[in-house]
Design a protein around this ligand. Structure first.
Ligand code: GAP
Length: 455
């Protein structure tokens, strides 16, 4: 019989959340979620690489978003090019207006965004880094778009930009999608893709980076119905984050007041998340009026009107935009999931987001147990992303899976062989249940469907 037990002791301490981002950064590095980019060369600021587990979570985030958006009859998908005609960015206002005020300290060489210096903490012209007075330069307007050249000549005529948002690819394709997909207003276009911003103050891990992915949807509506759709999309989007298991108490709406509104926005709300470094934007929901289509009509000379066959009228649709950062959604998922009780760290990820849904553990490396394990593993992995682990004590193996958020551990011991059963160990509660081996897949399906987050 086995000399190991599959039962484990509960850890003594109370459960705590993520308090220090460094704990998450080190877990992500250690377990292969996120690595600093080009690390062997010392890294490059504000760029990160997703490792074997990070890419799984990221793909889950994108798939959940894509399904939620495009399974609707009134939203179509798109994948536009990153490089666009340079006039796009004149029309959108990015060439003239996508700027941040940059100040440098002549003493310590630290660099800040003038609008982000906390005026309640620092006196005018005091450097927040070295504390000296009178050493800050006058603010200079710094455009956040990355410039490059198209073709072999590095001259002004060949300047192109790496897109700072995916939205413009949607506006310029409004007519193409409307006509080819035979959609009538109201309808939306959804897109996931890379965006680039030469941020002055990137940071907080993958929160603000220079290369990131956006998940954006532009919903084209009849003017006058825009605020109604704006309210509907606000609710749809916060419900999506809640369905992914993000705790309600950690999410809130923040309304942009007059001074905060972007040049294109008639109304805007951010969905904010409470990170260890404070409440910060996760996603923006904007009523962009007819600003974008009007500007593209003006700059391209191409009519971007919609003909409403029912009302027999022509108009430029208004746009309600939902704009989420994919990396930021992933950061929220990881930060929200992080739990420790002093002894144990576990990632309480929603099973839909977890890199693996199931791990199969043979209690020991004995041929009959391994054979049974292979059978169970090959069966469960047909439906769920699964892994297996047979190295070290069972307690250590449970802990390794806890840290990467695998919700179900399946243990094979000698009772399994005699009774054709498996024991499921639950990540969140550490509870164990023994079930017939052939019921494993349907059991997991049921548990994932009924998964509830405790706020
Ligand atoms: N099309 C509208 C737009 O781009 P935004 O508020 O500038 O609006 C939308 O960006 C979302 O993109 C943000 O809520 C955030 O999740 C993400 N995002 C923006 N800048 C980012 C950055 N430097 N790093 C990571 N994510 C970023």
């Amino acid at each position: 019989m086995s000399d190991e037990s599959i039962t484990e002791k509960k850890a003594p301490g109370p459960t705590t959340d993520l308090k220090d981002m460094n704990d998450l950064v080190s877990l992500c590095k250690r377990r292969g979620f996120v690595f600093p980019s080009s690390e062997i060369y010392g890294g490059i600021t504000a760029c990160w690489d997703y490792g074997p587990l990070g890419i799984e979570v990221k793909r889950n985030v994108k798939e959940l978003w894509w399904r939620a958006m495009t399974d609707r009859a009134d939203v179509e998908g798109l994948d536009a090019a990153i490089l666009m005609h340079p006039k796009t960015w004149e029309a959108s206002g990015h060439v003239s207006g996508f700027v941040d005020p940059l100040v440098d300290c002549k003493n310590c060489r630290a660099r800040f965004r003038a609008d982000q210096i906390d005026k309640t903490k620092y006196k005018p012209n005091e450097c927040p880094s070295c504390g000296k007075f009178g050493t800050l330069t006058e603010p200079r307007q710094f455009n956040l778009m990355f410039k490059t050249f198209m073709g072999p000549l590095e001259e002004s005529a060949s300047v192109v930009y790496l897109r700072p948002e995916t939205a413009q690819g949607i506006y310029v394709n409004f007519l193409n999608v409307h006509q080819s997909a035979r959609q009538k207003v109201p309808f939306g276009i959804a897109q996931i893709g890379k965006a680039f911003r030469n941020e002055i103050t990137p940071g907080n891990f993958i929160f603000r980076t220079r290369e990131f992915e956006q998940m954006e949807m532009q919903f084209f509506v009849k003017p006058g119905t825009d605020m109604e759709w704006f309210e509907k999309w606000k609710k749809t989007r916060i419900d999506w984050h809640l369905a992914n298991g993000i705790r309600k108490s950690k999410l809130r709406f923040h309304q942009h007041k007059d001074g905060e509104l972007a040049h294109y926005a008639k109304a805007a709300f951010d969905i904010e998340y409470e990170f260890p470094f404070g409440w910060q934007e996760l996603e923006g929901i904007h009523n962009r009026s007819d600003f974008d289509l009007k500007r593209h009509q003006e700059f391209s000379g191409k009519k971007l009107e919609y003909f409403d066959e029912v009302g027999r009228e022509r108009y430029i649709p208004y746009v309600v935009e939902t704009s989420a950062g994919c990396d930021r959604t992933l950061l929220v998922a990881l930060a929200d999931a992080y739990r420790t009780d002093g002894d144990r760290i576990w990632m309480q990820l929603h099973p839909n987001l977890a890199p693996y849904k199931v791990t199969v553990f043979p209690l020991m490396k004995k041929p009959d147990l391994l054979e049974f394990k292979d059978k169970v593993f090959n069966d469960v992995k047909k439906k769920y992303r699964a892994t297996q682990d047979d190295a070290g004590s069972i307690g250590k193996r449970y802990r390794r899976q806890d840290e990467i958020g695998t919700p179900f551990g399946v243990t094979i011991d000698y009772d399994s062989l005699s009774n054709n059963t498996v024991t499921i160990r639950h990540r969140d509660s550490m509870a164990q249940e023994t079930i017939p081996a052939e019921k494993l897949t349907s059991y997991i399906e049921e548990k994932i469907a009924g998964y509830k987050v405790v706020d």
